[in-house]
Design a protein around this ligand. Structure first.
Ligand code: NAP
Ligand code: MG
Length: 482
């Protein structure tokens, strides 16, 4: 990587109907680790640009859907190959723009390559079933057909992986797409898009517009021609999208916030448990929907675990995420930092105690651990989305699971134990879409369904794995008499 590439300012343009659209760039994004490093300039789409993108997608739907699934899969496989070839450069850009460490960014790009490869292979999978018909002279079968134009709205925290886990199954299934990524990550999105363009995605099949959620995002949500909307982001924004989609009877998939907890049972080795909790809480600067935000420990066992948590947290090296020695990067924006610090201050005012961290310099917030956190306090119940971990005490195993289930969210839930009965009872009773036993709460395999319960999801369709295709297709039942 040359120095000029590392410091280059990327000019981002909308991509509509196979053409790069020149519009004045009004938005700029600086490196969260270094405010003097201007990473990208991007336009802010008005409703007109969004409407043009939807129109281009609509025109492309039929020819794209008419290709064989294998032909569409080949384009996605080629995009995987190109992304893999550009992995180091795109990881670097992701780090500059979003702030996760270079190792985390490389892991994200690698995961996206595997997802593209997985969905490209889906092109060979069966789409339906042959059913015995009550009429012996009827051939009765089901197949799956694309839904049409799909609108994808994505957050900033996984700017490569999240668009990919929506795009790949949508495209292979034969849909055309309009993507509206988070305005914090336009350059990373454009780099990903370039991989599809180079792979030969036909004009209009994949369109990307940049701009604020309240304008560009809302325009996509409201467009009658968009048959399905897949959104990942906060629960507040997701609720609004759900209402708007319902009003016009559009199919909608919402994956949203989390308040994930790790229950550490007394039989667990404290150092091993602390390692899982700390990686889950402070990996990705705690800015993952699946981050460990609460640790629940049984009364009497708290100090043993706290000592191990503090010792493991002391190993974290916070700093420039481009430096390979760094293990935790900055918070994404000053607004997010103010949210994180606000929750900590509120908890301290309500009687919580700091056992690690608590202070920030620039956008670098130290990994922060609080104890004596009141169950009813905001920090124990609301998503923080930063490197802040609350330790809560439960009176029994049952109380621990009730406490785990007591927030409005239900995305991932973890337990650390070697006792089979405890582990299996937890898997049954924890109300979350993903259960982790002796594994950290973040991180998922590309071939496994992913999604949450309650306010973490609208719960109708799971993302990733084979289940992703269910959202991007409709079942068609065919009776053929002969
Ligand atoms: P966000 O603020 O909800 O924004 C998500 C996306 O929605 C952005 O592209 C945003 O645009 C857009 N948006 C905002 N208002 C909109 C509106 N009225 N209509 C249409 N689109 C609108 O979320 P974020 O801050 O980017 O990401 C953090 C959140 O995502 C956390 O809550 C996290 O838990 C969640 N998340 C969930 C998952 C999961 O799979 N469950 C995965 C990752 C993250 P702009 O921001 O550009 O204005
Ligand atoms: Mg936001």
């Amino acid at each position: 990587m040359s120095v000029s590439e590392m410091t280059q300012v990327r000019d981002v343009r909308h991509f509509v109907g196979g053409a790069w659209i020149d519009r004045e760039s009004t938005e700029s994004r600086t490196n969260p680790a270094d405010p003097t490093d201007l990473v990208s300039r991007a336009p802010d789409a008005d409703r007109g640009v969004v409407a043009e993108a939807v129109e281009a997608a609509q025109e492309a739907t039929h020819p794209w859907g008419a290709l064989s699934a294998q032909e569409r899969g080949a384009v996605v496989a080629e995009a995987a190959r190109i992304l893999d070839g550009r992995a180091a450069e795109i990881a670097q850009l992701l780090t500059r723009e979003e702030g996760k460490t270079l190792a985390e960014a490389a892991g994200e790009v690698d995961r996206a390559v595997r997802m593209l490869t997985f969905y490209a292979a889906q092109a060979w999978h069966p789409l339906g079933a042959t059913l015995p018909s009550a009429d012996g002279r009827t051939h009765l079968y089901t197949t799956r057909v694309p839904v049409g134009v799909v609108g994808l709205i994505t957050p900033w925290n996984f700017p490569v992986a999240i668009p990919v886990w929506k795009l790949a199954p949508a495209l292979v299934a034969g849909n055309s797409v309009v993507l509206k990524p988070s305005s914090y990550v336009p350059a990373t999105t454009q780099a990903l898009l370039e991989c599809f363009v180079e792979a030969g995605i036909p004009a209009g099949v994949l369109n990307v517009v940049y701009g604020s959620g309240s304008r560009a995002g809302q325009a996509l949500v409201d467009d009658e021609r968009v048959a399905a909307l897949s959104f990942t982001g906060s629960s507040g924004v997701g609720r609004g999208i759900n209402l708007a989609a319902a009003a016009r009877m559009a199919r909608v998939q919402l994956e949203m916030g989390g308040k994930n907890a790790m229950v550490v049972l007394p039989d667990a080795d404290p150092a091993a448990a602390a390692d899982l909790c700390v990686r889950g809480a402070f990996g990705l600067t705690g800015q993952a929907c699946t981050a460990t935000s609460r640790v629940i420990v049984l009364r009497g066992d708290e100090h043993r675990l706290l000592d191990a948590l503090v010792a493991r947290t002391a190993e974290i090296v916070t700093g420039d995420p481009l430096d390979p020695r760094t293990t935790m990067g900055p918070v994404v924006t000053d607004r997010q930092l103010a949210t994180d610090v606000g929750y900590v201050d509120q908890a301290l005012a309500a009687g919580a105690e700091l056992v690690a961290g608590g202070t920030a310099e620039g956008l670098f917030l130290e990994p922060t651990i609080l104890r004596n956190v009141h169950r009813d306090s905001a920090i124990a119940n609301e998503e923080v989305f930063g490197p802040v971990l609350s330790v809560l005490v439960a009176d029994s195993r049952e109380d621990a699971v009730n406490l785990l289930n007591s927030t409005e969210y239900g995305l991932t839930a973890g337990v650390v134990t070697n006792d089979v009965e405890s582990a299996m009872s937890f898997a049954r009773d924890a109300d979350a879409g993903v259960i982790k036993i002796n594994r950290q709460t973040p991180g998922t395999d590309v071939n496994a369904p992913f999604g949450g319960n309650r306010s973490s999801s609208n719960g109708l369709f799971r993302e990733q794995g084979l289940t992703a295709t269910e959202f991007f297709t409709r079942v068609k039942t065919v009776y053929l008499g002969y």
